[in-house]
Design a protein around this ligand. Sequence first.
Ligand SMILES: *[C@@H]1O[C@H](CO)[C@@H](O)[C@H](O)[C@H]1NC(C)=O
Ligand SMILES: *[C@@H]1O[C@H](CO)[C@@H](O)[C@H](O)[C@H]1NC(C)=O
Ligand SMILES: *[C@@H]1O[C@H](CO)[C@@H](O)[C@H](O)[C@H]1NC(C)=O
Ligand SMILES: *[C@@H]1O[C@H](CO)[C@@H](O)[C@H](O)[C@H]1NC(C)=O
Ligand SMILES: *[C@@H]1O[C@H](CO)[C@@H](O)[C@H](O)[C@H]1NC(C)=O
Ligand SMILES: *[C@@H]1O[C@H](CO)[C@@H](O)[C@H](O)[C@H]1NC(C)=O
Ligand SMILES: *[C@@H]1O[C@H](CO)[C@@H](O)[C@H](O)[C@H]1NC(C)=O
Ligand SMILES: *[C@@H]1O[C@H](CO)[C@@H](O)[C@H](O)[C@H]1NC(C)=O
Ligand SMILES: *[C@@H]1O[C@H](CO)[C@@H](O)[C@H](O)[C@H]1NC(C)=O
Length: 822
Amino acid sequence: MHSSSHRLGFAGLFAATVAFGQDAAFNPLQYVDQLIGSRNGGNIFPGASLPYGMAKAVADTSSGSNQGGFTLDGTPVTGFSALHDSGTGGSPSLGNFPLFPYASCPEDDINQCAFPKPTRQAFGSFSESNVVARPGYFGITLNSGIGAEMTTTHHTALFRFTFPATSGNASHPLILQDLTDLSDSRQDNGTVSVDPETGRITGNARFRSSFSQGLYVAYFCTDFSGNPILDNGIFVDSRASTDVKDLTVSRGINQGPLPGGAFVRFESADTPVLARVGLSFLSSEQACSNAEAEIPDYDFESVEKAASDAWSEKLSPIVVSTGGGVEQDLLTNFYSGIYRTMVNPQNYTGENPLWDSGEPYFDSFYCLWDSFRSQIPFLTITDPSSVAQMLRSLIDTYRQEGWLPDCRMTFSKGYTQGGSNADVVLADGLLKGIVDGIDWDTGYEAVIKDAEVEPFDWSSEGRGGLDSWKRLGYVPVQDFDYKGFGTMTRSISRTLEYSYNDFVISQMAKILNKTSDMEKYLDSSESWKNLYKSDQTSALDDGTSTGYVGFFQPKFLNETWGFQDPLWCSNIDNSTSRACSLQNNAQETFESSIWEYGFFVPHNQGDLIALYGGPSEFVRRLDYLHDTEITYIGNEPAFLTVFQYHYAGRPGLSAKRSHFYIPEYFSTTPEGLPGNDDSGAMGSFVAFSMMGLFPNPGQNVYLITPPFFESVNITSPLTGKTSIIRNVNFDPNYEAIYIQSATLDGIPYTKNWVDHSFFTEGKELVLTLGRNESTWGTSVTDLPPSVGDYVGFNGTFNARRAIRGSELRRSVNMRRASFGLY
Ligand SMILES: *[C@@H]1O[C@H](CO)[C@@H](O)[C@H](O)[C@H]1NC(C)=O
Ligand SMILES: *[C@@H]1O[C@H](CO)[C@@H](O)[C@H](O)[C@H]1NC(C)=O
Ligand SMILES: *[C@@H]1O[C@H](CO)[C@@H](O)[C@H](O)[C@H]1NC(C)=O
Ligand SMILES: *[C@@H]1O[C@H](CO)[C@@H](O)[C@H](O)[C@H]1NC(C)=O
Ligand SMILES: *[C@@H]1O[C@H](CO)[C@@H](O)[C@H](O)[C@H]1NC(C)=O
Ligand SMILES: *[C@@H]1O[C@H](CO)[C@@H](O)[C@H](O)[C@H]1NC(C)=O
Ligand SMILES: *[C@@H]1O[C@H](CO)[C@@H](O)[C@H](O)[C@H]1NC(C)=O
Ligand SMILES: *[C@@H]1O[C@H](CO)[C@@H](O)[C@H](O)[C@H]1NC(C)=O
Ligand SMILES: *[C@@H]1O[C@H](CO)[C@@H](O)[C@H](O)[C@H]1NC(C)=O
């Protein structure tokens, strides 16, 4: 049931005193609530799936925000389908071939049943208290009294439909299957056939990929069990016939495709109907054989058990203490976040119609712009062998299609939002030692291509404006670009992302001993400085100055400044007409403001802090960003800003800020997410924040804050070693959230960050907490690496050495002079 105990308010709900040792049967699944984010635009997929599973079964609603299929916003169910994405924006993805059950048709006449989606939803209303979701299972009872339960294997969904006892013996349940998807994107020519004897329904259709120009074809094979078949046939629009068994249906010329599909009727409403839906992207035959191999005997309970066991195993590397007075809600928040990091991407290995190379194939990287920041880095800790397969898939996609994806769904190239952020994903994996079967030579070739070769269509791959970028060291507003094409906006955020993408390439080059490349990309990683306008001010709408001077600004080809108000496209921008996304008339920062992008220099906080007037001014500006809600934690660029206080020597303020956002903006209710979960990106933000180590992705750096629990144990699946983070003086009211001192493996430790060996070598970090900030982690030698030195701090530290490995020449001006040679 949806209304479980962890929905109670915060007040007075304390954890059971039972302490779970790691050996005891700690079951993290009890803390997973899949319905978090099922309202208010979270767009999560709350249904039944395996980790990274292709089959994802849930009830679909008619909500305008049904990207994940199901919502708890009062809209009715339109069907039960078994392919989905999770947490995305864009138009709703997948949701193909929904089933819809009736206990009977009025007067036993099939033509009196409602077939098309718009009319059948009148029979799909339900009450929230009749929804049950748990890992590997989704169940709902409609107000009609029909029960629908579902579970999945990797490519197959198993549904169990039950009919109200009052149906009577004259009642002949009907289950239809519709050749449509969530966004009614079917093209010509959907086909469906029903076998008169067995009632097996097979079919396929071509659909639109959601955030892309591409199309894909999906296939299915549906078999029934448990209830003798009465008759069957096909339907078109609102009319059906048992005489016709095969249908090919046109898209139609009006909005949306013409409804069409097949149906099967059963002899009695007394026994449940089991419907097994096999899925494939190759053929209906493959869909049938997937189903037959994976669910030979329609044993619902054993399929569900296998799915729930798979989730238990994936969640097992992280065990937190449930004691110390920590509220159950926070445990639910934490494990539900972790759960969502493994719903997408989806493992389509063996189901790729485009190529068969023997390499793993993962899809639904939707989008890497979201997931490079913390979702994939999270999996690097808890599920490195799956990350290795994902990286191999990204590299193989480059091999086959010529480019790394930036966003990918249903075998199509999704739209790029900024830089080429697969570069960060690859670099993060390489420097954290993900090596399993990965061809790093080709991986390196792929990121170099992003940096060096402009694609003709850079709206779906690579980077645009490369001639200007190389010649001028920035992406100009109103660039002249005749080599490749994409939306000519976002010149500031693209400059910042390209700078960071080049930085991570330099770090790959360093590991791969390509010294001159390391130098080259380290130099171009400094390009962000070219858009910094030191005298730029920022004021509110009423003219009041924010009090800060020095912001990024757009620059023209002729190297003169353009103008964009630093607060435009921020969370407090009061304009209702401003375009801030991928529109042709959008601004120079993508889905965010100059204010927020003003912190996106993940590799050179030293120089950024200096530009902003030193550490205390930097902290004051970061506070203003958060306190005035210029930033919005519901979009991914905000993530790192929560923890950037570490770089100014104030790690305590990062801890304070993460408690400001959790649970205020991330709670365990259906509306408990501040924005689209974005394939688990938000889930990973919650998980990392509460675990107490937040990554700066693309760098071997985790910023230390106290976990929200007394202790956290993380067992590395690679080495089998367990790392431990333990709070001394743990305070469940979170007033004592300031680290006073720390030890690492028993030795005093003052750095405010650790590297990935913490996890692989199973180290132990003990944090002693207090109610006030301390000097722990504040001195310049305690700070994480930065390309530029930290100045204005007490003490000196050559931060650059940590980045390069050796002290080498660095000059933006020299780099720009050398670009003149191109
Ligand atoms: C249906 O028929 C069976 C046997 O013919 C009978 O036992 C049962 O009570 C009937 N159920 C209803 C709801 O009429
Ligand atoms: C759809 O089917 C019709 C009838 O067989 C055929 O004429 C038409 O070419 C098909 N269209 C496509 C896009 O395959
Ligand atoms: C973490 O591991 C240590 C050492 O094995 C153990 O003593 C402790 O109970 C574990 N903590 C939890 C929360 O399981
Ligand atoms: C992906 O699917 C393939 C083929 O079924 C399987 O061999 C592989 O283990 C799967 N990988 C993950 C991470 O689930
Ligand atoms: C890079 O050079 C170091 C030192 O010579 C060596 O240990 C390492 O194996 C080299 N790495 C690669 C990828 O060649
Ligand atoms: C937008 O309006 C709100 C409410 O009046 C105000 O607090 C905020 O400062 C305004 N935004 C800007 C950029 O001035
Ligand atoms: C530079 O280009 C901008 C945009 O075309 C134009 O408005 C400005 O006058 C130019 N400035 C100079 C000095 O040429
Ligand atoms: C902590 O700070 C508060 C005010 O910020 C102060 O009153 C208190 O004395 C401090 N406690 C310690 C132990 O320094
Ligand atoms: C430097 O040290 C002094 C004296 O301990 C302290 O007051 C000041 O806050 C420190 N400054 C920074 C930036 O850490």
